[in-house]
Design a protein around this ligand. Structure first.
Ligand code: 5RP
Length: 228
């Protein structure tokens, strides 16, 4: 019989949602792959699953409410049982995130999670990271941030809005730079250096991902667990 469901983002997202258990606090990432996880969680909530969600963006917050998921805050629940989120590129257990300009809150949620799961389709997997690194930048520090990126060997471009004149403004009121470093041989070192830059609120390199769920074109999902 032909597999009717072979949208790899959908199968990866739904698969991760299937591991959520009663009583859990769940980190709800941002993006199209995570949206499938949120919708699946909503279906499970309608069937009686009892969870609380912590949203990483207006997008995930609206989607959670639409799908009947009760939201909480990190103030009320500082420890999240499982965080589910997408990625723009992943190599091993290090991801580049921020395609949706939500990586600051996403990283806060990831670091608050006992288990942080990345859901992707195969096209996001690579041996070496090379995707431009999204940077959330204080508007006041824009030019300084661009200069610091250049000093690290990168080229930063201000992300512009679509159906909005001028730059993208993050959910936190900041600008987004996409910093192209070419091939990133040592993401751990770049993580440290970007974290030390003044005016860069947060960058999109996520090291130490706990598990990666990869949706494949044939309808299967490969699960890679990080044993550290
Ligand atoms: C948002 C993100 C997203 O998770 C990332 O851009 C992947 O998005 P998608 O699942 O739509 O491909 O980091 O800031």
């Amino acid at each position: 019989m032909k597999n009717q469901k072979c949208n790899p983002k959908e199968t990866a997202g739904e698969c991760a949602a299937g591991f959520v258990e009663d009583g859990m606090v769940v980190g709800l990432g941002t993006g199209s792959t995570t949206a499938y996880a949120i919708k699946e969680l909503g279906r499970r909530v309608a069937d009686g699953l009892d969870i609380l969600g912590v949203a990483t963006s207006f997008q995930s917050s609206f989607l959670a409410v639409e799908n009947g998921i009760t939201l909480t805050t990190l103030d009320e629940h500082p420890e999240i049982d499982i965080g589910i989120d997408g990625a723009d590129q992943i190599a091993g257990f290090t991801a580049i995130k921020g395609g949706g300009a939500a990586h600051t809150r996403e990283k806060i949620v990831a670091l608050s999670s006992k288990k942080f799961v990345v859901v992707v389709d195969e096209s996001k997997c690579s041996d070496i990271l090379s995707h431009p690194v999204p940077l959330e930048v204080l508007p006041f520090a824009l030019k300084l941030a661009i200069r610091q990126v250049a000093e690290l060997g990168g080229k930063a471009e201000l992300r512009m809005g679509v159906r909005k004149d001028g730059p993208v403004i993050s959910d936190n009121g900041n600008f987004i730079l996409d910093a192209d470093f070419g091939r990133i041989d040592d993401p751990g070192s770049l993580d440290t250096k970007l974290s030390q830059c003044c005016g860069i609120v947060e960058h999109g390199i996520f090291t130490g991902v706990d598990a990666v769920y990869i949706g494949k074109g044939d309808g299967s999902v490969e699960i890679r667990e990080n044993s550290f």
